[in-house]
Design a protein around this ligand. Structure first.
Ligand code: IMP
Length: 177
């Protein structure tokens, strides 16, 4: 097992990100309704830890998307659970675990744009920019990583390995089925 990002590094970076986001909201959207949306399932840890450090009152909701099967994207992005909050005229923060091809994020942004939010801000813990198929604008990035398949800290391989507090690359023999 190769640890790519330690628990300590993740925590430190989340503190930095939350400081930047708190400042950004106060400066740019002091009087707006803010909605934080967790992209399930991979973002669960990142979302909850980031949210606890956000000092402004925010509304929260969840969207569930499926695109990956095993180690690669299926290129078929499906909405499994939509948000229920009305985002019209609100500032939406999409909280992602990882942006790879950009297809998932592109689908989420298109869906939300139709609902006329005031703005859509993207925050991802991990970014694999070299893998991009569709160009998407990301506002806040935790870490840029190489094009390796990573698990832990919410990220999975076939629903396994989410519960590790750090992010690591799987060895070949750790891929069952
Ligand atoms: P994209 O649509 O290709 O940008 O992929 C986004 C989604 O694919 C993420 O929300 C993850 O669920 C999944 N994903 C992409 N890369 C990885 C990885 O290295 N490990 C685990 N999941 C990944």
């Amino acid at each position: 097992m190769k640890v790519l990002i330690s628990q300590e590094k993740i925590q430190d970076r989340i503190t930095e990100l939350s400081d930047s986001i708190n400042k950004f909201i106060l400066e740019k959207y002091p009087n707006d309704d803010i909605v934080f949306i967790c992209v399930l399932t991979g973002s669960i840890f990142f979302f909850s830890e980031l949210l606890r450090k956000i000092k402004i009152e925010v509304i929260t909701d969840y969207i569930k998307i499926s695109s990956y099967q095993g180690k690669s994207t299926s290129y078929n992005v499906k909405i499994l659970k939509d948000i229920s909050v009305d985002i019209t005229d609100k500032v939406v923060f999409v909280i992602e675990d990882i942006v790879d091809t950009g297809l998932t994020l592109n689908k989420i942004i298109s869906l939300f744009r139709e609902r006329n939010p005031k703005d859509i801000i993207i925050c991802t813990l991990l970014d694999k920019p070299s893998q991009r198929i569709i160009d998407v604008k990301i506002d806040f990035v935790g870490f840029e990583i190489p094009p390796e398949f990573v698990v832990g800290y919410g990220l999975d391989y076939n629903e396994k390995f989410r519960n590790k507090p750090y992010i690591y690359c799987l060895e070949e023999d750790e891929y069952a089925n």
